[in-house]
Ligand binder design. Structure first.
Ligand code: C2E
Ligand code: CA
Ligand code: CA
Ligand code: CA
Length: 277
């Protein structure tokens, strides 16, 4: 028993070391990714169910790793968060997304852009200045920019978060509460946080044919609507889900039913050449 225990301990150590060095290598690669042009912003359309038009797109980061190929943000965003690399990377995403949206708007497409904000970015002292600087540089009116935050981020330092979000809203930027329903004090945040819209997490939409889930989504969206918030259903994949979402009066959808996140050129050719009906 003792022997096994020691071996286990050794094995555990080795596995841990391997995990740590994989992470270090990845961190090192990520540090260079920006300079080496390996990052790309993909876009996923959001459909307004009332007008049946694409009114917004969400910017989603992609990394073309030189050896590992295409890497999912789920794999590298946590590392970027831990190391603080998410701050310069996040600023780059913001700049790219605003620049692209300004271009699309100049071509006559009435589009808004949603960009995910990380916790590190939100707690930074310069975030409000950074947003002002980027919208001014790219000449994108802040009313066409939405910043997506999550509940877990908001908790960290509530007073500070509230102040920053209010300042951003005063500047004209929209705030959206992402992954809604996955945190703890969800419902209370609908009234305490200065937000303009809420994105109901895809786990709810995935199971929306389930009666209980449907009831939850129904009450959440009615509370959100009573507070004047726009409700977005994310992760809509099937027509059946779309129909239920529509029947609940939800205003906007995003998900594979419309499209996966795609490069800007594909966004242009598939959704922006003519009006989408
Ligand atoms: P998120 O903000 O919740 O983004 C939505 C995720 O759901 C995206 O995954 C998207 O591809 C996926 N998705 C969209 N429609 C569907 C659907 O119908 N079904 C399913 N199963 N999935 C769908 P992605 O692109 O892999 O991004 C994962 C997460 O990484 C994002 O979740 C976000 O938290 C983070 N992320 C991505 N880009 C950025 C970024 O630029 N900055 C920061 N801070 N985080 C980012
Ligand atoms: Ca998001
Ligand atoms: Ca989400
Ligand atoms: Ca998320």
């Amino acid at each position: 028993v003792k022997e096994t225990g020691r071996n286990n301990y050794k094995f555990f150590n080795k596995a841990m070391n391997e995990e740590i060095s994989t992470k270090l290598l990845l961190e090192n690669d990520l540090r260079k990714a920006l300079l080496k042009n390996e990052l790309e912003v993909y876009y996923q359309p959001q459909l307004d169910l009332q007008t049946n038009r694409i009114v917004a797109v969400e910017a989603l980061l992609r990394w073309h790793h030189p050896d590992k190929g295409f890497m999912s943000p789920a794999e590298f965003i946590p590392i970027a968060e831990e190391t603080g690399l998410i701050v310069p990377i996040g600023e780059w995403v913001l700049k790219e997304a605003c620049k692209q949206t300004k271009l699309w708007r100049d071509q006559g497409h009435d589009l808004s852009i949603s960009v995910n904000l990380s916790n590190q970015q939100l707690i930074s002292n310069t975030i409000v200045e950074v947003i002002k600087e980027i919208t001014s540089q790219t000449e994108l009116n802040p009313q066409y920019l939405t910043l997506e935050i999550t509940e877990s981020m908001a908790i960290t330092n509530l007073t500070d978060t509230l102040n920053k979000l209010k300042e951003l809203q005063d500047f004209g930027v929209n705030i959206s509460l992402d992954d809604f329903g996955t945190g703890y004090s969800s419902l209370s945040y609908l009234s305490t946080l200065p937000i303009d819209s809420v994105k109901i997490d895809k786990s709810f939409i995935n199971d929306i044919t389930n009666k209980t889930k449907k009831e939850i989504v129904k009450s959440v969206s009615s509370i959100a609507h009573s507070r004047g918030l726009t409700v977005v259903a994310e992760g809509v994949e099937e027509e059946e889900q779309l129909n239920i979402v529509r029947s609940l009066g939800i205003g906007m959808i995003q998900g594979y039913y419309l499209s996966k996140p795609i490069p800007s050129e594909e966004m242009q050719s598939r959704f922006l050449l003519s009006s989408f009906v």
